[in-house]
Design a protein around this ligand. Structure first.
Ligand SMILES: Nc1nc2c(ncn2[C@@H]2O[C@H](COP(=O)(O)OP(=O)(O)OP(=O)(O)O)[C@@H](O)[C@H]2O)c(=O)[nH]1
Ligand SMILES: [Mg+2]
Ligand SMILES: [Zn+2]
Length: 280
């Protein structure tokens, strides 16, 4: 076979890439030139191959560093109501990162079978009112599966929230899941490599959970990734909603139109970003 073909990388393992072509899958290695240029192909990349070599990578519409996945259409952010406890700080952080990457966001609140979800409805409906589709597991598995459509999707969220468990419910993928550590109330990392798994006409990648996440953006960009802040008209153009007079966001936090946890998380992210910036 000597002709060029275009396909998508659906799996990477030890420097070898599985490419999905129209009718077949083929394992390829990248040309040495990529290593010299320090370019690493990623799962999700559209590539041109020739003679079992990746010879070019199409421009990415977006990419995640960790896990390394490119061209993501949709992310399922999984947050557990319990075990581990609801972590709105990490949820808001993940939302910011995904808004920044311009990925469609779907929110999944897991383990509703372990706790009465009625006490969480004020939180979950707040996010729904921001325009994010909200689902609960295990109840809404079929609806979540339908959200995949023909998209390239990833699941993201803290370790132990049930990401692999959810994907296993879509189909028999036999992804490894783990008992969460009861003493710590958080999970162990059980998901290691990255692969796009076929679900209907789309694809989904499981990802390893994490406890922390670095926000790599400036403060104005951060403020824009809070949808309800972006919609407000503050007195100053480019208001960062911290100390500026005539700030509509601060006023709406005080009168309860904006959820206080959202604003508090925003302030904590602002602080993280400021702490990271080198001082000259
Ligand atoms: N009761 C209940 N248990 C769940 C649910 N989802 C997951 N679990 C359990 O939670 C534990 C962790 O689930 P995993 O699917 O391994 O979690 P994960 O998010 O993939 O974790 P990492 O791979 O470490 O990031 C397992 O014991 C699952 O059986 C759920 O909806 N209800
Ligand atoms: Mg997992
Ligand atoms: Zn403001």
């Amino acid at each position: 076979m000597n002709n060029k073909q275009q396909g998508r990388i659906i799996k990477s393992m030890s420097g070898e890439y599985t490419i999905k072509l129209d009718k077949e899958q083929i394992i390829c290695k990248p040309l040495g030139i990529f290593r010299h240029k320090k370019i690493t192909p990623k799962v999700g990349d559209i590539v041109i191959i020739e003679d079992k070599s990746i010879i070019s990578i199409n421009k990415r519409k977006n990419e995640l560093i960790r896990p390394p996945v490119a061209n993501i259409d949709k992310v399922f952010i999984v947050t557990s109501l319990i075990q581990p406890d609801l972590n709105l700080n990490l949820l808001d952080k993940l939302i910011c990162e995904m808004e920044y990457l311009d990925v469609n966001i779907v929110l999944i609140f897991s383990k509703e079978d372990l706790i009465d979800k009625s006490s969480f409805l004020d939180v979950t409906s707040y996010y729904e009112n921001l325009g994010y589709p909200v689902y609960f597991t295990p109840h809404d598995v079929m609806e979540i599966k339908n959200e995949i459509n023909n998209n390239i999707c990833v699941v993201a969220g803290q370790s132990g929230v049930g990401k692999s468990t959810l994907i296993n419910l879509f189909d028999q993928f036999f992804l490894k899941t783990d008992e969460i550590s009861k003493s710590l109330g958080r999970g162990k990392h059980t998901t290691r490599h990255v692969e796009l798994l076929p679900v209907g006409n789309g694809w989904i990648a499981d990802t390893p959970g994490f406890g922390t996440l670095d926000l790599d953006m400036d403060i104005v960009t951060l403020s824009h990734s809070f949808r309800e802040f972006f919609q407000r008209k503050c007195k100053f153009h480019g208001c960062t909603h911290i100390n500026e007079p005539g700030c509509q966001v601060k006023e709406d936090v005080l009168n309860g139109k904006i959820r206080k946890s959202r604003y508090d998380n925003y302030l904590s992210f602002v602080q993280e970003i400021k702490n990271k910036k080198p001082k000259y």
